[in-house]
Write a protein of this length. Structure first.
Length: 209
């Protein structure tokens, strides 16, 4: 947390292509938060972001005199700051399980996706793509159990999962139709939500064309 010059409204400095920025935008729109979303070039981050964020990177969320620079912290802050609709379970054990699941998604999916998107070609990319593809396919049974990811209700976990699945074609995952029926149905369900539709940048909206 960094103390910064007080702003009159919430501002979200976002990378329009980034998975982590996308998940925060989903939360903002699910909550109906009045926010100024500023799309930034990650290769040319504005000086204002460098002043607000000690790492000088995106995404960065500013709410009056508060500056946040870690996407998962932003999501939980927004869930507490704007409690309706709730995106984490009420009970401590369930909340802990949700947090742990997001951590697993980041370690097992997001990290691999970043290698593919950043490096584009090469042995490391091929290895990451196969590992991510196999991991996603292996979760099909989980998607069969509940309408949302291990839950009857839309949650922060879905905000972490959906941006990766949306990029499945861009990532070159080539998911087999027969063994990913539940994943595809889940995708249609989440991608059709208003918060997801509103969350997409112009670049993201074209990723599945």
């Amino acid at each position: 947390m960094t103390v910064v010059t007080k702003r009159s409204s919430m501002t979200f400095f976002s990378d329009p292509t980034d998975i982590m920025s996308h998940r925060v935008r989903m939360v903002l729109h699910e909550k109906g938060v009045t926010v100024e979303i500023v799309d930034c070039d990650p290769e040319n981050v504005p000086d204002e972001v460098r002043e607000l964020n000690p790492y000088g990177k995106l995404p960065t969320l500013v709410d009056r005199d508060l500056s946040l620079f870690e996407a998962n912290v932003m999501m939980e802050y927004l869930d507490e700051r704007f409690p309706h609709p709730p995106l984490l379970p009420v009970y401590p054990v369930a909340r802990a399980n949700s947090r742990q699941m997001i951590t697993r998604i980041d370690r097992e999916w997001t990290a691999l996706a970043r290698v593919i998107l950043k490096e584009k070609t090469g042995k490391r990319v091929d290895t990451a793509r196969k590992a991510l593809r196999d991991s996603v396919i292996a979760t099909n049974a989980i998607f069969e159990e509940k309408p949302y990811f291990m839950s009857d209700d839309f949650s922060l976990v879905d905000c972490a999962v959906a941006p990766i699945l949306w990029r499945s074609n861009l990532l070159g995952l080539d998911l087999p139709a027969k063994s990913t029926v539940a994943i595809r149905e889940y995708g249609e369900r989440v991608f059709g939500r208003e918060c997801f539709q509103l969350s997409m940048s112009e670049v993201e909206a074209e990723m599945r064309d």
